[in-house]
Design a protein around this ligand. Structure first.
Ligand SMILES: [Zn+2]
Length: 45
């Protein structure tokens, strides 16, 4: 069934969300960033 494929897709790719603003985070291969780019740039101010 196509629905089962969709569920499997989401189960294999856990979504990350920024704890600051709730923005969906695209996981970076070379870093362990827990926050989205926007919040990270704010912190550097
Ligand atoms: Zn954020």
């Amino acid at each position: 069934m196509q629905m089962n494929k969709s569920i499997e897709f989401f189960n294999t790719i856990p979504a990350k969300h920024c704890p600051e603003c709730g923005e969906h985070i695209i996981e970076h291969a070379e870093s362990n960033l827990m926050e989205c780019d926007r919040c990270l740039s704010k912190r550097e101010d």
